[in-house]
Design a protein around this ligand. Structure first.
Ligand SMILES: Nc1nc2c(ncn2[C@@H]2O[C@H](COP(=O)(O)OP(=O)(O)O)[C@@H](O)[C@H]2O)c(=O)[nH]1
Ligand SMILES: [Mg+2]
Length: 222
């Protein structure tokens, strides 16, 4: 027998994170605040989609946006221009947010009077998917230029997301992106995933997305 001990550090990090995430969800439930974790590659259209979502829902819901980035405030400035409250979180080089970082952000933000908080996670298809942030639902955006094979290459993020927005459908004529194939591959990972094609640039499909999100918030609050 080896004379040293092996400790599964990664497992214990995830177990502790899962406990914190569950505690955060319970607190949000008591406050009737819905937290959405929005993930994608950099440039897939998270901030643009959020601006459209705010336009569609700001008459119905009190919305706040938490922007997470390694080190910039570009997105918080953009959201600030929409008139809803925004906060910028800097991860200091980390490629994802965990439940404790999300909790710190929510506490600084003050969420008691908000119906919907969206966390724009750090742009990345790998690390953010590994950590439960405490969100009620996970959403992801895959944009047409990235290609329809991504559910095959980055399975975890498609497994943990409740809804997949296929953005930039305006550029479909220029790419050999196959909507049937992406649907098939995403459902192989997650048979229950909702798939909504959108164009954040023109607003096409945003109505269907906003309806889905509003229903989730109402279900959480009832
Ligand atoms: N053609 C097209 N461009 C888009 C669309 N949505 C976003 N973009 C552009 O994609 C780039 C990245 O968008 P952004 O929202 O910043 O992505 P993020 O990094 O995921 O937050 C910007 O130049 C947007 O104008 C879309 O539906 N169609
Ligand atoms: Mg952004």
């Amino acid at each position: 027998m080896a004379g040293f001990q092996v400790i599964e550090v990664k497992e214990s990090i995830f177990a502790e994170n899962d406990r914190q995430a569950d505690a955060l969800r319970q607190k949000l439930k008591a406050e009737k605040t819905f937290l959405l974790n929005l993930m994608s590659s950099p440039g897939a259209g998270k901030t643009t989609t959020l601006c459209r979502t705010i336009e569609a829902l700001k008459g119905e819901l009190r919305i706040g946006i938490m922007e997470a980035d390694i080190d910039s405030d570009v997105d918080a400035r953009t959201i600030d221009g929409t008139g809803v409250r925004a906060i910028q979180l800097h991860t200091g080089g980390m490629c994802h947010l965990d439940a404790d970082m999300t909790k710190q952000g929510l506490e600084a933000f003050g969420t008691e009077n908000l119906d919907l908080v969206v966390l724009e996670n750090v742009g990345n298809l790998v690390c953010p998917a590994e950590f439960d942030t405490g969100a009620v639902k996970n959403a992801m955006i895959l944009s047409v230029p990235e290609g329809h094979d991504k559910p095959l290459k980055y399975p975890l993020i498609f497994t943990v997301c409740d809804v997949l927005l296929i953005n930039k459908i305006d550029v479909l004529p220029y790419f050999d992106f196959d909507m049937e194939k992406v649907t098939e591959y995403a459902r192989m990972r997650n048979p229950n995933i909702q798939i909504i094609p959108i164009c954040a640039k023109t607003g096409e499909g945003i109505g269907a997305w906003a309806d889905w999100l509003l229903q989730q918030v109402r279900d959480w609050q009832s």
